[in-house]
Write a protein of this length. Structure first.
Length: 198
């Protein structure tokens, strides 16, 4: 979180603690604020010995009044009144403020839809990447298994060739000596029987 954002968050919490009627903790209890309430806040805080940066205060108020909950309060709060720091009526919400609230809420909804669409696209892309990675890993494992199988087969063939050459050498030696060559060793493989069909 940036320093400016931390300062704004700290000031907003301070306003909620100092003026709970105007800045309630409960989201549903938000009230439309009187016009130029920043002047009242600065005067009240200066009187309490807590001066505040006007630019920071304006930024905090812009964030507060731009929230969807505040805009809904402007549109739907019974009585259509604005309130001061002590929660007392201080003016009315006019038609211009209502139309601006409708426009801003529309922008909120559009941004939320765009964010949701981006989130869905991001998740779909992540799933594609994970599937592609899993396919690459499976292919790598398949190739490694195939390479190992070929290596083992080559080793078996090499050993068979060595045994065959050794047998041929023994047979030649026996023939030179005039002996009967030994009978070759026959290895019988077990025959696989197909599994019965169920």
């Amino acid at each position: 979180m940036s320093t400016a954002r931390k300062q704004a968050t700290t000031l907003h919490r301070h306003l909620m603690a100092r003026f709970p009627k105007a800045f309630p903790q409960d989201y549903d209890a938000i009230l439309p604020l009187k016009l130029d309430i920043d002047v009242d806040i600065r005067e009240r805080l200066i009187h309490q010995g807590e001066p505040v940066d006007p630019d920071l205060l304006r930024r905090v108020l812009a964030n507060h009044t731009g929230r969807a909950g505040y805009l809904l309060a402007v549109l739907h709060r019974p009585g259509g009144l604005r309130y001061d720091l002590d929660g007392q009526p201080a003016g009315e919400v006019d038609a211009l403020a209502r139309s601006e609230a409708v426009r801003l809420l529309g922008e909120h909804q559009r941004r939320q839809k765009e964010t949701a669409t981006r989130h869905r696209q991001h998740r779909a892309l992540e799933k594609q990447q994970q599937a592609a990675k899993a396919a690459r890993i499976a292919e790598r494992e398949r190739r490694a298994a195939e390479k190992q199988r070929r290596r083992e087969e080559n080793e078996r063939n090499r050993l068979r060739n060595l045994e065959r050459k050794a047998a041929e050498d023994r047979a030649r030696e026996a023939a030179k000596r005039g002996e009967q060559p030994p009978l070759p060793t026959v290895t019988y493989r077990k025959r696989r029987r197909p599994a019965p069909k169920s």
